[in-house]
Ligand binder design. Sequence first.
Ligand SMILES: C[S@@+](CC[C@H](N)C(=O)[O-])C[C@H]1O[C@@H](n2cnc3c(N)ncnc32)[C@H](O)[C@@H]1O
Length: 239
Amino acid sequence: MSLWSDLHDHRGRLIHKWAQYFPAYERHFARFRNTAASVLEIGVGEGGSLQMWRRYFGPMARLTGIDIDPKCAAYGEYNTQVRIGDQTDAAFLDAVMNEIGPVQIIIDDGSHLMPHVRRTFDLLYHHRLFDPNGIYVVEDLHTAYWPEFGGGLRRPGSFMELAKTHIDELHAAHTRGALAPTPFTAATMSIHVYDSMVIYERGRRPRNVSIMADEKGTRAVQILVNSGSTPPVPLPNSD
Ligand SMILES: C[S@@+](CC[C@H](N)C(=O)[O-])C[C@H]1O[C@@H](n2cnc3c(N)ncnc32)[C@H](O)[C@@H]1O
């Protein structure tokens, strides 16, 4: 079963997703299938995506939806819960994270208003109960180009502009001191930009080590943050 074929077999509550998301979901979420992963989706809508995630992630997953609309409280099911609150409310988000953490996957499919999306990211990306190897998904970022959502091409404050600064932060160690590494630098393995969606994979990277390998074996060169590099040293596991 693929998520795409599952969507076509779906006869439950309304699901509202863009077609190009489906291959990306499978690429990034596959390792969490049939595990006890805790998955948080911001924006429940009609409840269909929670039903889809249940089928995809399997019986052990703990699914939680957040929505500001009280009607969504009715969309909870076995091991799927809905909490009613505002995605910009720090105390609410903290309470949910404390209830369901550690969380492996966070999907922001809520208001899509730029100040909201940014604030939710600020509140959750570095939350102590967001798994250090977790996945953070921001959906429907075409709104980052739409003024009615606080967006616009290269408009300061849009989430896409923030994502561009994240690309620089990911490379802070290579900027020769122009940009100091940030908590984001330390926490992030990779950033994936799709049409209307950005996916962050958290994870610790090796400490700026480039590897050389030839007939003399493998050795490591450490790239220093402000100046050049160290002389090559044998890797601990090389002869
Ligand atoms: C696009 S729908 C979610 C669709 C659903 N995830 C799906 O794929 O079928 C967006 C939802 O976000 C909710 N929402 C809007 N503003 C919000 C806010 N500030 N906090 C939490 N939820 C919000 C809306 O009530 C709506 O149900």
